[in-house]
Design a protein around this ligand. Structure first.
Ligand SMILES: O=C(O)CCC(=O)C(=O)O
Ligand SMILES: [Fe+2]
Length: 316
């Protein structure tokens, strides 16, 4: 059972790319790799060296520190949006714990979070988060720009940039401490537009392929990130790219730490399939909708029971 034979997600190297080099041969080559990978898998592994290892290590250190805080402190992380604040002690997912910082590109939001967690705030944590989010949101926009160009939708980029919000979520999955594998996070598709995931050395993320099999994500380098299409982007693209099902399966006794930068269309942005993507071969698949409404629907009983909340909510 050598790992050589296990299927792997496509690996794309963003480290060599000058992210401003739109139109260069490197850009064009990476853009077609992005399109190909996303058409097949809805996601890919990106190596990205703009986040130095000391920043990465410091941030994972802060994450460990946060999860070790008393429960009543972590419970201060509340949000009016579902699944955006503290989650822990979930009856079905005993291994999982997470906290979220919404609007994380706004400095004051990070500071407000730090002030909730630490009595005197934590300028180091705020600085780390700022640098991390700056680099990851650049990566998010770069990939979106490539996708838009590839579908001839450049003219929509400005409105996208102006209407994008970012949620940063930090996650911890305890090892089950048994010989069995246990679900850390159930199979789901993300509801936002594009997700960027990063983890420590403990594996567990699995992505479902079109034929229904599961690929275990094994990072090729310490600076690997998973970039994944989520429902709102898939719908905007009239289903031309899909949002893959993924889950976290845990074994062993080591804790897995991961972080996700979830970009989403802001509350007042109506997601509407561009006319460029609708023709006889590609009939309109989704009615216009707001991301926040999709999110609320997903957490209703009907939304939870639907095989695809996206299709149930706004499928034509
Ligand atoms: O922990 C991970 O790598 C995945 C988390 C995830 O899928 C999510 O939060 O939506
Ligand atoms: Fe997810």
């Amino acid at each position: 059972m050598g790992s050589e034979s296990s299927p792997k997600l496509p690996f794309l190297d963003f480290s060599k790319l000058e992210l401003s080099s739109v139109g260069s041969s490197e850009w064009e080559s990476l853009k077609s790799q992005v399109r190909e990978a996303l058409e097949e898998y809805g996601c890919f592994e990106a190596s990205y060296d703009k986040i130095p290892s000391d920043l990465r290590n410091a941030f994972f250190g802060s994450m460990e520190e946060i999860f070790e805080l008393p429960l009543e402190t972590k419970l201060r992380n509340v949000s009016d949006k579902p699944y955006h604040g503290y989650i822990g002690n979930h009856p079905s997912f005993r291994l999982y714990e997470s906290l979220g910082i919404d609007d994380v590109a706004v400095t004051e939001k990070v500071e407000a979070f730090a002030n909730l967690m630490w009595p005197q705030g934590n300028p180091n944590f705020s600085k780390q988060t700022h640098s991390l989010v700056e680099q990851l949101s650049t990566l998010d926009m770069t990939v979106k720009k490539m996708i838009a160009e590839s579908f001839g939708l450049q003219k929509y980029m400005d409105e996208h940039i102006n209407s994008t919000g970012y949620l940063l979520r930090i996650m911890k999955y305890n090892g089950p401490n048994t010989t069995d594998t246990e679900v850390g996070a159930n199979s789901h598709t993300d509801k936002n537009s594009l997700t960027i995931l990063h983890q420590n050395q403990v594996e567990g993320l699995e992505v479902q392929t079109k034929d229904g099999s599961w690929i275990k994500f094994q990072p090729s380098t310490p600076n690997s990130f998973i970039i994944m299409v989520a429902d709102s982007l898939s719908a905007w693209l009239n289903g031309r790219l899909h949002s893959p099902y993924h889950r976290v399966m845990m074994s062993g006794n080591e804790a897995r730490y991961s972080l996700g930068l979830f970009s989403y269309p802001k509350a007042d942005y109506l997601i509407k399939v561009p006319e460029e993507l609708v023709d006889e071969q590609h009939p309109l698949l989704f009615k216009p909708f707001y991301h926040k409404e999709l999110l609320s629907f997903f957490y209703t009983e009907v939304g939870q029971a639907a095989p695809s909340a996206l299709h149930a909510f706004c499928g034509v």
